[in-house]
Design a protein around this ligand. Sequence first.
Ligand code: C2O
Ligand code: CU
Ligand code: CU
Length: 479
Amino acid sequence: MKRRKFLYLAAAASITPLLAQCNRRRSSLPLKSFPRFSSTSGLLDLSLTAQHSTDIKIGKQFAKRMTYNGHSPGPILEVQAGDTIRLTMANELGEPTNLHYHGLHISPEIDNVFREVSSGEAYTYEFQIPSNHPAVTGWYHPHYHLKVASQIFNGLAGPLIVRGKLDEIPEVQQAKEEVLVLQDFEPNFPDDEALSTLAKRWGREGSIQLVNGQQNPIIDLPQNGLLRLRLINASASRIYQLKLLEHPWFLIATDRGAIAEPQEIETLLLSPGERADLLIPGQIEPGDYGLLSLPYDRGLAEMIQGIGNHAKQVPGVALPAETTIATLRYVEGNRTSPLPLPKALIPVDRLPNPSTTREFLLNHGIDTTAGSNSFIINGQSFVMDRVNTQVQLNQVEDWHIINKASVDHPFHLHTNRFQVIERNGKPEPLLAWKDTVSVGGYESVKIRVRFEDYTGRTVYHCHILDHEDQGMMGIVEIV
Ligand code: C2O
Ligand code: CU
Ligand code: CU
């Protein structure tokens, strides 16, 4: 561990001055507004076409991306708890795809990642969001096994907002709200077949960090007001370590909804799949404040050191570098007195003690029953139709996730939310509802989950999507 940290600091020190200059030169544009579909009288009825678009503007260049209705990220879908979504997805990608509703507590029969929507076909997903569903920042993305990393890396992902009690808290209601989808991008990226084994093992990253498809957009922060940011890490593999430079910010919600009260934070670690809602009070010296993505080493430093300068030339392997991903700019608001932060949000009840405890060992190795796959959980790589774990409806379980490898593996469970109980044997200070948690190299995390409302087969997997495609996924059957 010590060695890793040292290498990363050394690398950061040599890269930083150069990048600071680039950032200053880069002209920033205001954050573009996003296409949005909102439900009316309890129904959100829409069509999305998954397609190739060649005219996506990134900086001064036009890029080829996979899009929903010509947009990457895809349109914002916005509903209230209790609403029905009727979504027809047409597939014009020339390869199979499907949709997953990451962050929703709905039946795995609907949110079915084993479904194939073939090229040239359309499929209609129709479901009701439970009326007691918490207010969440969720997202939709493809989940067709073996294509997940490439389709998401190519741009397929969009926000899915469920509004509820959190949104009715007066101070939250008065906040100005922005959804920020974090993606990374690499121009002239090779086709999947041509991508190096190294990039696939590591998990592909692009060197350009985008917020809603833009580089370092300007986000207005109303003076005396509150800005609410909904952050979604929709990158295939990149783990972000974020810092709002010289400005306070407060966490109000994690993956599956609100925490009990706003919590001031320093940095925010957001691994692929994770979301966070923040409140930023526009109540210090007006000016520009950078949202920085700090260099974060997810276990690659030693590998990069080993291959030296060649790492720079391997597409999909991005060196850790500091980047300003957005700039918050004070603008005059219509308030003369500061809007306070809400004192309380939504209580989070601690789940009761578990009736069963299980271990999940994440590792790299060979599972002969699964062919050539080399990413394993409890010795097994993902095989279609093989149930790895069976659990009982309404039972509470502790899952001890132990990372035996040197690289980080963000662990994600579908359908049900969980609470993080312990990290490396120490109690987790923040009680929060999660569906994805990063487990660092050689670290362990204990999560507690109650399997609620739905029976059926669902999945858990590493949200570094190349790892998932290479087998770091399992099926849990709820009976
Ligand atoms: Cu974000 Cu299995 O998904
Ligand atoms: Cu998911
Ligand atoms: Cu992984």
